[in-house]
Design a protein around this ligand. Structure first.
Ligand SMILES: Cc1cc2nc3c(=O)[nH]c(=O)nc-3n(C[C@H](O)[C@H](O)[C@H](O)COP(=O)(O)OP(=O)(O)OC[C@H]3O[C@@H](n4cnc5c(N)ncnc54)[C@H](O)[C@@H]3O)c2cc1C
Length: 258
């Protein structure tokens, strides 16, 4: 179930120069939201920018009836969004997507995120860590881009943080540390969100080693509700396409081509 509502921003935090965390108040949305779902945000009541911008749900707080999301300023839409202040109202359609991170039956899980792909994985780690052993791998370009390290430490049994240039944490790609750990113990499932090369590396490794894996695809999209068909990905199991907005954004690696 999703809602189209004008909601109040109840908290704003600047995590980095161009990365902002907002909390919005909506009992309806917080009640039904699932890890892996996203919001379509109208950044301005104007013709331009016309399309809503998709941003993942970072945290669900069913006690305070709040949803948090984190975004990096990329272009016009996110630039306008970043100007909003606590007390302002924004038009949100959500929660959207199937919210299909399936983790309930697993005891050992590995979560791997790269760059802005780490944002939607937090709520998954938070919920999964209640019953499972969670190892989280976070990859960033350099020290300047590192976010949420302490947050993930609170909801993971172990966090491996890497930077491509070695300026903070381990030096190298996060996937290589996940592979190394798998020599000792294979996780029941790997969950990934981040740049496409990272997702492909996770898929190939998981397939070669017979490990289940789910990926969240942040494909460019238009409407967010399956009407414009702009975010099509090839279906692996049947003729035709699936759509990131309504069938995903989380997919089992065996279900779609990417
Ligand atoms: C399901 C989903 C969840 C997302 N969750 C988050 C999130 O939690 N936090 C976050 O910061 N971003 C997230 N994104 C990406 C975010 O939607 C875009 O960065 C944003 O729409 C850009 O809007 P803009 O008007 O600022 O930039 P535009 O002017 O529209 O584009 C500016 C630049 O951003 C690039 N861009 C636009 N859309 C995407 C995209 N989907 N993926 C990669 N690059 C893009 C463009 O190629 C261009 O270079 C998500 C995208 C999807 C589809």
């Amino acid at each position: 179930m999703s809602f189209s509502r004008s909601v109040e921003i109840v908290a704003k935090e600047q995590l980095k120069n161009d990365i902002f965390k907002f909390a919005i108040l909506s009992e309806e949305m917080a009640k039904v939201a699932l890890p892996g779902q996203f919001l379509e945000i109208r950044v301005k009541d104007d013709i331009e920018p016309f399309l809503r911008r998709p941003i993942s749900i970072h945290k669900i707080d069913k006690v305070k009836n709040e949803l948090e999301f984190i975004f990096q300023v990329k272009g016009k839409g996110t630039e306008i969004l970043a100007q909003k202040q606590v007390g302002d109202k924004i038009s949100i359609l959500g929660p959207l997507g199937k919210g299909d991170f399936r983790f309930e039956n697993y005891k050992n899980i590995a979560i791997i995120g790269g760059g802005i792909g780490v944002f939607p994985l937090y709520e998954l780690a938070r919920q999964a860590s209640k019953n499972a052993n969670v190892t989280t791998y976070l990859g960033f370009r350099s020290k300047d881009f590192v976010v949420l390290e302490d947050d993930f430490k609170k909801v993971s049994n172990k966090v491996v943080l890497t930077t491509d240039d070695g300026s903070y944490g381990e030096n190298g790609f996060a996937i290589n540390f996940l592979k190394e750990d798998c020599n000792n113990q294979k996780p029941d499932c790997i969950y990934a969100c981040g740049p496409l090369p990272m997702l492909k590396a996770v898929r190939d490794f998981a397939m070669e080693n017979g490990i289940s894996a789910q990926v969240s695809l942040e494909e460019r999209m238009g409407c967010g509700i399956g009407i414009c068909l702009g975010c099509a990905v090839k279906d692996k199991k049947a003729e035709g396409y699936k759509h990131v907005c309504k069938d995903g954004p989380v997919f089992d690696i065996n279900d779609v081509e990417f």
